[in-house]
Design a protein around this ligand. Structure first.
Ligand code: NCD
Length: 332
C-alpha cells in the first residue's frame, strides 16, 4: 500500500489515502523520537543520503524545519541560500546550476520566488540518468505543499478530540490572492467530506480564477467575502495570513486597509470554545500577541508539526517509510 511519490511539487499530488498515511507516519515518528533508542533508530535510516537545501527566497522556519528533519533521519545536508554566491552569477542557467547540485546529493529541497521552477527542474532531472527527488518548499505565490501538509496534520490532530476534520468550517483570512499556503491548503482540504471554506479578504486580494475554478470543479462548499468578524462565531478554524507584499507590482498593498483583517484579542469571545487559530507564520500585526496565551491558538504547535511532517515526507521520498509504518499498521 506504500504509494510512490517521486517529487513533491504541488498539492494536487495528494489524495486522502496519502494524507492519512502521512498523518499516521508523523504520529509514529514522534513516538520513536521520544526515546533514545527510537531516535537512534531514526538517525540510522538515512546516514548514506545527502540533501541539498536550495533556498533562494527568505525563509526561517521552513529552512530550519527541513534541516532538522534531515538531521533526525541522519542525512547530511548542504545549502545554498543566496544565488549570488553560485555560478548563476557567471551566467549559468538555473537548469544547469540545479543539475550540478543534483550530482552531489540525493534530494533537492527548494524554495524560489519563481512559480513553476520546481516543476521545470523535476522534469529536466527525470530525463537524466540520475534523477533525484525535488521538494517544493515554496514556489513564489503559487504553492507551498509541505506547509499545507503540516496544516492538515495540525487540523486532523486537533480535531481528533472533537470528531474529525470532516464537516468543519475553515476560514482563510487576508491575502488569499498571493498566499501560497492558502492556495495549497485549500486544495488539500477538498479531500475531507462536507468541509466548508470561507475566504475573507479585501477585494484586491481575492482568490485567482484558477483556484476558484478548482474548488468549483470539486463541488466544494465555499464562500468569498470581504467581511471577517461576522463569520467568527461560525468557524471551527481560522487561518490568518500576512499581506504578501513582496509580490507587489507597484505599491498596491499600501493602498489596502489590511487592518480589517486583523484578529484581535477582543475577537476571541466571538469564537467557539473548541475552535482553532492558525497562522503559517511569520506574523505581522494580523495576529494580536495576546492571543498566544489562548488555548485555541495553535500556531506554535503548528510550526513544530512542520518538522515532524517533513520527516514523514522525507521517509516516503527516500523510500524508508515502510521501516516506520508496517504496511498493515493501523493507528488508533
Ligand atoms: C509562509 C510562506 O513562506 O509562504 N511561511 C512559511 O513557510 N511558514 C507564509 C508567509 O510567508 O507569509
Amino acid at each position: 500500500m506504500t504509494q510512490k511519490l517521486q517529487h513533491i511539487l504541488k498539492a494536487e499530488q495528494f489524495d486522502r489515502n496519502l494524507l492519512d498515511r502521512i498523518c499516521n507516519l508523523t504520529d509514529a515518528i514522534r513516538k520513536f523520537a521520544k526515546t533514545k533508542e527510537g531516535s537512534l533508530y531514526l538517525k540510522d535510516l538515512l546516514p548514506h543520503r545527502q540533501a541539498m537545501l536550495y533556498f533562494t527566497q527568505p525563509s526561517t522556519r521552513t529552512f530550519l524545519s527541513f534541516l532538522s528533519a534531515c538531521n533526525i533521519l541522519g542525512m547530511r545536508t548542504s545549502d545554498i541560500r543566496d544565488s549570488s554566491t553560485s555560478s548563476e552569477r557567471k551566467g549559468e542557467s538555473l537548469e544547469d546550476s540545479l543539475r550540478t547540485f543534483s550530482s552531489y546529493v540525493d534530494i533537492i529541497i527548494m524554495r524560489s520566488p519563481i512559480a513553476g521552477l520546481c516543476d521545470r527542474i523535476s522534469h529536466l532531472l527525470d530525463q537524466t540518468p540520475r534523477p533525484v527527488p525535488i521538494v517544493n518548499a515554496g514556489s513564489g505565490p503559487d504553492q507551498h505543499p509541505t506547509q499545507a501538509i503540516l496544516d492538515v496534520y495540525t487540523l486532523v490532530r486537533s480535531f481528533r478530540e472533537w470528531g474529525e476534520l470532516e464537516n468543519k468550517t475553515i476560514m482563510f483570512v487576508g491575502d488569499i490572492k498571493r498566499g501560497r499556503t492558502v492556495r495549497s491548503l485549500s486544495k488539500l482540504l477538498t479531500h475531507y467530506k462536507k468541509i466548508k471554506m470561507i475566504f475573507s479578504s479585501p477585494k484586491e486580494f481575492q482568490m485567482e480564477d484558477d483556484l476558484r475554478g478548482f474548488l468549483k470543479n470539486q463541488n466544494i462548499d465555499f464562500m468569498e467575502s470581504d467581511l471577517f468578524e461576522k463569520f467568527l462565531p461560525d468557524v471551527d478554524a481560522v487561518y490568518m495570513t500576512r499581506v504578501q507584499d513582496e509580490y507587489d507590482q507597484g505599491s498596491e498593498s499600501k493602498k489596502v486597509d489590511y487592518t480589517k483583517y486583523f484578529l484581535k484579542h477582543e475577537h476571541l469571545k466571538l469564537m467557539k470554545i473548541n475552535s482553532l487559530i492558525m497562522h503559517p507564520l511569520p506574523r505581522r500585526n494580523e495576529l494580536d500577541l495576546q492571543i498566544d496565551h489562548d488555548p485555541r491558538a495553535i500556531y506554535w504547535r503548528q510550526e513544530r508539526n512542520g518538522m515532524w511532517t517533513r520527516v514523514a515526507l522525507l521517509t516516503i521520498l527516500m523510500q524508508v517509510d515502510h521501516q516506520i509504518l508496517m504496511p498493515d499498521f493501523h493507528h488508533h
